[in-house]
Structure formats: C-alpha cells, structure tokens
Design a protein around this ligand. Structure first.
Ligand code: THU
Length: 160
C-alpha cells in the first residue's frame, strides 16, 4: 500500500495587509454582489477577475426559475472575461458573498466543484497560475493557483 498526501497552502490576510490592487479587486467583487440575481437562494455572490492587462471584469450569480439553468458568479465572470478578452490571462480572481440578510460572510465561501473545474480550464488555457482571493469578514484567503482548490484534477493532459 502506498499513500499519496497532497498538501495545499492557504494564506489568510487582513484587508490592510493586501496590496492596493488586491483591495481594489476585492472591492469590485463585493460590489458585484449588488448585481446578483438571486430571488430563489437569496445568496448573492460576486466575482472580479484581474486580467493580465490590469483591467477588472466582474460578474455575479444569475439564477433561474428552472434552477439548474442558473449560473454561479465565478463561471459568469470567467466566461465573460474569456469571451470578451480571449487573449488575456486571468491573473487573480476575487470572490465575495452576502447572505439573505445582506451581510458579507465571516468566513469565505469556497467555490463549488463545477466552478473549480472551469477555473482550472482558464488557468491551463493561458498556462499561467490564477491566484484566488476569497473574501471573508474575518480574513481573506489567498490561494496561489487553482491547483490548490482542485488537487488531483482532470484536464486535457489526461487525454494525451
Ligand atoms: N453560488 C455561486 O455563485 N458561487 C459558488 O461558488 C457557490 C454558489 C451561487 C449559486 C446560487 O445562485 C447560490 O449561490 C446558492 O447556491
């Protein structure tokens, strides 16, 4: 028997410890929660992508009466970024969420599995690590790449 241990590193920062650029990006993710369409879950998620050019693209969760037709904030944002700016790597993706009382969460929400897979594709597509910042009132989680969110991942290289 062999055992494979995969470790992931998460750094937790106070807002003041982050660069101005990261704070701006987190602010954009928080603001994007205001544009969420979440009449069913009342859970408003916002995401903001910092592109290689320095530009910021934002998105939010968009729900639907036929529930599975809705889309999470992360995928809305990445699909928009990748479709509008197909030559621009996403350097950092920031994510924030508010509960039904409108409060930002104390602890960050981790992206769902489907979003992690899409995040991985964006990272692989540009062959560049995508940093992830998860906003929580008690601290901001920083992950250096999508690999940290999705260890043992499936990507195109598995089919070669
Ligand atoms: N949601 C996101 O936007 N991102 C996530 O990573 C988790 C969940 C959305 C989907 C749905 O609109 C609501 O949050 C409740 O699941």
């Amino acid at each position: 028997m062999k055992e494979l241990n995969i470790q992931i590193a998460i750094k937790i920062y106070d807002l003041e410890e982050l660069s101005e650029s990261d704070r701006e990006l987190l602010g954009a993710a928080c603001e994007a929660t205001n544009r969420s369409y979440a009449p069913y879950s009342h859970f408003s998620v916002g995401a903001a992508a910092r592109l290689a050019s320095g530009a910021i693209v934002t998105g939010s969760n968009q729900e639907n009466a036929a529930y599975p037709s809705g889309l999470c904030a992360e995928r809305t944002t990445l699909f928009y970024a990748n479709s509008q700016y197909p030559d621009q790597a996403v350097e950092t993706l920031a994510i924030a969420a508010r509960n039904e009382r409108g409060e930002f969460l104390e602890d960050p929400i981790p992206p769902c599995g489907a979003c992690r897979q899409v995040m991985l594709e964006t990272e692989k597509r540009f062959n560049r690590p995508m940093r992830i910042l998860l906003y929580g009132r008690k601290g901001i989680y920083e992950l250096k790449s999508v690999g940290a969110l999705l260890p043992l991942s499936f990507d195109a290289s598995a089919m070669e």
